[in-house]
Design a binder for this molecule. Structure first.
Ligand SMILES: Nc1ncnc2c1ncn2[C@@H]1O[C@H](COP(=O)(O)OP(=O)(O)O)[C@@H](O)[C@H]1O
Ligand SMILES: [Mg+2]
Length: 609
C-alpha cells in the first residue's frame, strides 16, 4: 500500500468524517438494495396524502363555496376514504419493511464487530477489557438500532416536505419564495443542538462501557470482593459511575427536548411573518381565497415534516456518535497479519529455529537476541526465573505475538510466510490454566476437530489418563463442564486439555508449566498423560519442576530475556551456574515438603493447629 500513513477516523474532521462514516455504513445496506427500493417506493406512496389534501382544499373551496357543484358533496367523502386507505395501508407496509431492513443491517453490523474482534491479535485482548468489548459489540451497535429506521425516514420526510413546498409554489410563487428564505434560519439551532446530542451519545456509550467493565469484574471476581469485604464499596463505586451516566443522560435529554420546541418557535416566527404578508396581499386582491386556503394548509402541514426532520437530525447525530465508536472498533488492526503470499505448511520434517529473535510487548525488550534450535523429535526445555521471558518464547511460535526483530523458522520457512491457520494446526499447546467451554466433555475435547468420533474422543481421553474420571461424571462424556457446568479439579482440567491436544495430533507441542498449579498427586497423573502426549512429537516445554525435564535433549536457561546456559541436565549440573542453583533450591524445597508431609503423616495430631 502507499507509504502515506492512513489517517485515523478520529483525526478527520467534519464533512470528511461524515463521508468516511457513510463509507463504512452504506456497504451494510448494499445486500438489501431491493428492500431499500421497496421502502423508498412505499414512502412516496404513503406521503401522497398530505399534498393531496392540501390541493383538494383549493378545489373544495372553489367548487363547493364558489361554484356550488352539488355532486361533489357525495364524492368528496369517498375520496377521503380512498386517500386514507392508501395512506394507512402503505404506511403499514412502509414501517414494517423499514423495520425489517434496519434490523437486518444492525445485526450484520453486530456480527461484523464480533467477527472483527475475534480476528484481532492477542495483544488486543491483553489491552482491552472483555466488558468493554462486550459493550462495544452489543451496546454501541444497538444504539444505532432505533436510528436506522429514522434515517430511512429521512427520505420520507424530505419527500413530504418537497411535495408540500411544491403545492405552496403552485398556489402563490412569490409568497412561497419568501417563505423559503425564512425557513433555513430554523436550521441553525437544529445543527447546534444536534452536535450536542452527538457529543453526549459518545460520552454515554463510553460511560456505559466503563459500567460494563466494573460489573463484569466484580461479578467474576466476587470471591475477592467478599474476601476483602468490599461489597458496599463496590456498590458505591457502581453508584458513582451510574450517577455520572445519569448526568450525561440528563444533558442529552435536555438537548433532545429542546430540539422540537426551538424549531417550532423559529418556524412559527417565519409563518407569522408570511401570514401577515399574505393577509395584506389577499386584501389587495393579489391572492384568491382558494389559493390562500391551500397555501396555508400546505404550510401548516409542512411544520410536521420540518419538525421531524429536525428530530431526525438529532437522531442522526446520536447514531453518528455510536457509528464513530463502531468505526473506531472496526479500524483496530490485527498486529499479526497474514502474508497474502503465505503458503500451507505441509507437515514438520526437520527443525524449528529461533534466529536472533527480539521481542517487546511495550517499550522494554523482553527477548534480546534469542537463539534456539529444536530438531524433530527432540524435547527442548526452557528454564529460568519467573518473568525471564519463557512464556514469550513459546507464544511467538504460533504467532500469538509477532517477533519484533530476527525470525523464527520451521523447516527453513519463516513462520510469517506460513498461513496462520496452517501454522497453528501443526502446534498443540497445554498451558498452566486451561480454558474449558460451557459445553460437554466430548465437545470440549474435540474443540477445533468437530469431525472426530466418540471413539476417537475416548481413545484420546484414555491416553490422557482422563477416561476413568470422565466415566464417573454424572453423564460421562455428555456432562456439561466449564463456566457453569460441573466443576473439575485442576488436574482433571489439565487432562482434558491434554486429550484435546492429543486428538488434534500436532507434530509440535508447546507445554507452558502444564503441571505447575497442581498438587503432587494430580501432577503425577497429568505427567503420565503428558508423557503419552509427547511421544513421537517435538516438544518445547517450560518446566516448572526441574525433575520433569531431566531427560530433555537440551535445557535452555533464560534470564532476563537472554540465554545464560544450555546443555543437558548432566552438563548443566556439573557447571556451577544458574541451573544448578535453581535445581538445588527446588530440591531442598521438595525435600522439606516431603519431610513435613512425612512428619504430619506420623503425627496426625500436629495437623490440627
Ligand atoms: N501480555 C503482556 N503484555 C505486556 N508485558 C508482558 C505480557 N506478558 C508478559 N509480559 C512481560 O514480559 C516479561 C516476560 O514474561 P513471560 O514471558 O511471561 O515470563 P516467564 O514466562 O518466564 O515468567 C515479564 O516482564 C512480563 O511482565
Ligand atoms: Mg510464564
Amino acid at each position: 500500500m502507499s507509504a502515506q500513513k492512513k489517517l485515523k477516523f478520529d483525526q478527520l474532521s467534519g464533512w470528511k468524517r461524515a463521508q468516511v462514516a457513510l463509507g463504512y455504513v452504506l456497504p451494510y445496506f448494499k445486500p438489501y438494495t431491493k428492500y431499500l427500493v421497496l421502502v423508498a417506493f412505499l414512502s412516496v406512496l404513503s406521503n401522497a396524502f398530505e399534498p393531496s389534501l392540501a390541493v383538494s382544499v383549493k378545489f373544495f373551496f372553489k367548487y363547493i363555496f364558489q361554484e356550488k357543484i352539488y355532486w361533489l358533496a357525495s364524492v368528496a367523502p369517498l375520496g377521503l376514504i380512498l386517500l386514507f386507505l392508501l395512506r394507512e395501508s402503505t404506511t403499514f407496509l412502509y414501517e414494517y419493511n423499514r423495520e425489517k431492513l434496519s434490523l437486518r443491517v444492525i445485526q450484520d453490523l453486530q456480527v461484523a464487530v464480533y467477527d472483527h474482534f475475534m480476528h484481532l491479535s492477542l495483544d488486543h485482548f491483553d489491552r482491552m477489557d472483555t466488558g468493554e468489548m462486550m459493550s462495544r459489540t452489543v451496546r454501541d451497535v444497538s444504539n444505532m438500532q432505533s436510528t436506522v429506521p429514522l434515517i430511512i425516514d429521512l427520505g420520507k420526510h424530505l419527500v413530504k416536505f418537497i411535495a408540500l413546498a411544491g403545492v405552496c409554489v403552485s398556489m402563490q410563487p412569490a409568497l412561497a419564495g419568501i417563505t423559503f428564505l425564512v425557513f433555513p434560519l430554523t436550521a441553525y439551532p437544529v445543527v447546534q443542538i444536534g452536535a450536542r446530542m452527538k457529543k453526549y451519545t459518545k460520552r454515554g456509550l463510553a460511560q456505559a462501557a466503563k459500567i460494563n467493565v466494573h460489573m463484569k469484574e466484580t461479578y467474576s471476581g466476587a470471591m475477592v470482593v467478599k474476601a476483602f469485604a468490599q461489597e458496599e464499596e463496590e456498590v458505591k463505586r457502581y453508584w458513582d459511575k451510574m450517577k455520572k451516566m445519569l448526568k450525561i443522560q440528563f444533558k442529552y435529554a435536555r438537548a433532545k427536548a429542546l430540539q422540537g420546541p426551538v424549531t417550532n418557535l423559529i418556524a412559527i416566527l417565519g409563518v407569522a411573518f408570511v401570514f401577515g404578508l399574505a393577509c395584506k396581499w389577499a386584501i389587495a386582491g393579489k391572492i384568491s381565497q382558494d389559493n390562500f386556503m391551500a397555501f396555508f394548509t400546505s404550510l401548516g402541514l409542512m411544520i410536521v415534516p420540518l419538525r421531524d426532520l429536525a428530530k431526525i437530525q438529532g437522531k442522526i447525530q446520536t447514531a453518528y456518535g455510536a457509528i464513530e465508536r463502531v468505526i473506531e472498533t472496526l479500524e483496530k488492526e490485527a498486529t499479526v497479519k497474514e502474508d497474502p503470499n503465505a503458503i500451507e505448511l505441509d507437515g514438520f520434517e526437520n527443525e524449528i529455529r529461533y534466529e536472533n529473535v527480539y521481542f517487546r510487548y511495550e517499550d522494554e525488550w523482553v527477548l534480546k537476541g534469542f537463539n534456539m534450535t529444536a530438531k524433530k523429535g527432540e524435547l527442548v526445555a526452557l528454564v529460568g526465573p519467573s518473568g525471564a521471558g519463557k512464556t514469550t518464547v513459546v507464544n511467538l511460535l504460533p504467532r500469538f505475538y509477532e517477533v519484533s526483530k530476527g525470525r523464527i523458522t520451521i523447516d527453513g520457512i519463516d513462520i510469517r510466510k506460513i498461513k496462520i491457520k496452517s501454522l497453528r494446526k501443526h502446534i498443540g499447546i497445554v498451558t498452566q490454566e486451561t480454558f474449558l467451554f460451557n459445553d460437554t466433555v466430548e465437545n470440549n475435547i474435540k474443540y477445533g476437530s468437530p469431525e472426530k468420533t466418540r471413539e476417537e474422543v475416548i481413545e484420546a481421553a484414555k491416553a490422557a489418563n482422563a477416561h476413568d474420571f470422565i466415566m464417573k461424571l454424572p453423564n460421562g462424556y455428555d456432562t456439561v463442564i466449564g463456566e457453569r457446568g460441573v466443576r473439575l479439579s485442576g488436574g482433571e482440567r489439565q487432562r482434558i486439555a491434554i486429550a484435546r491436544a492429543l486428538i488434534k495430533n500436532p507434530p509440535i507441542l508447546l507445554l507452558d508449566e502444564a503441571t505447575s498449579s497442581l498438587d503432587t498427586e494430580s501432577e503425577r497423573e497429568v505427567q503420565k498423560a503428558l508423557d503419552n502426549l509427547m511421544k513421537n512429537r517435538t516438544t518445547i516445554a517450560i518446566a516448572h519442576r526441574l525433575s520433569t525435564i531431566r531427560n530433555a535433549d537440551k535445557i535452555i536457561v533464560i534470564s532476563d530475556g537472554e540465554i545464560v546456559e544450555q546443555g543437558t541436565h548432566e552438563e548443566l549440573i556439573s557447571c556451577f551456574g544458574l541451573y544448578r542453583k535453581l535445581y538445588n533450591m527446588q530440591f531442598l524445597i521438595e525435600e522439606e515438603s516431603k519431610e513435613s508431609a512425612q512428619f504430619q503423616a506420623q503425627n496426625p495430631a500436629s495437623k490440627k493447629d
